[in-house]
Design a protein around this ligand. Structure first.
Ligand code: DX5
Ligand code: ZN
Length: 229
């Protein structure tokens, strides 16, 4: 049986934008735990995607939490807009904000769950002092900016180190991995300690329905015990 404690967060970056509403409903009905929304500003990452208006448009369509990944420079400028639009989790990059502590406090003051993300090249030390403030840690398993990139295998020990930091410190933050998750890469990531799997191209693609793809990803976790609790 697939492990029930692992959450799957389909990333709408890979969805068919002409049918976005239908696709997010399909994902929620298929049992997605979160909906991952990749916001890119053409500055922190090269690509441009969507902003609060798209979040506001999909918010009424699903009940599951909107997990908003802000790949934007100085995200503190836009937290209120994203909160008002209906984000439930607001994740900022440690590389993109000069005042991580204050930024996370602002997210909580807005009544939202606070996440921090680290790029593959950023050491975990960059968020160690913020662990007590975090509801979610996003470990980049690809360099952010695009869907469909290969999972960076060298991130597995980093996931395991983060798992240990959280467990040994008694922190409650969820450990999310982001990028390149599929039926091959998800099981070892879960074994290393991941608890939330973001998946874009593995869920929204031409090869199968959203529901089939999501079930296949969940089934791939059967028999894999999650890394240390
Ligand atoms: C990458 C984004 C990811 C992306 C994942 O910059 O943060 O959330 O959508 O897409 P896949 O699963 O295709 O790597
Ligand atoms: Zn993301």
């Amino acid at each position: 049986m697939a492990h029930p404690t692992i959450k799957i967060a389909p990333s709408i970056l890979s969805a068919d934008f002409a049918r976005l509403g239908q696709q997010v409903v399909e994902a929620a009905e298929a049992g997605a735990d979160y909906l991952h929304v990749d916001v890119m500003d053409g500055h922190f990452v090269p690509a441009l995607t969507f902003g609060p208006l798209v979040i506001a448009a999909i918010r009424p369509l699903v009940r599951i939490p909107l997990d908003v990944h802000l790949m934007i420079t100085a995200p503190e400028r836009y937290l209120k807009e994203f909160a008002d639009a209906g984000a439930d989790i607001l994740t900022v990059h440690v590389e993109a904000t000069g005042h991580l502590h204050r930024t996370l406090e602002t997210i909580h003051a807005l009544g939202k769950r606070a996440g921090a993300a680290v790029n593959p090249g950023t050491p975990l030390a960059a968020l160690e002092e913020a662990l007590h403030q975090l509801d979610l840690v996003n470990i980049g398993t690809v360099d952010p900016g695009f869907a469909g990139q290969p999972f960076i295998q060298a991130m597995l020990p980093k996931i395991a180190r983060m798992r240990r930091l959280l467990d040994e410190g008694g922190y409650g933050a969820e450990l999310e991995i982001d990028g390149g998750a599929n039926v091959q890469t998800a099981p070892p990531a879960v074994a290393a300690g991941a608890r939330v799997l973001v998946a874009g191209s593995a869920i929204f693609n031409q090869h199968g329905s959203v529901a089939d793809n999501l079930h296949r990803l969940r089934d791939s976790l059967s028999g894999f015990s999650p890394g240390s609790q």
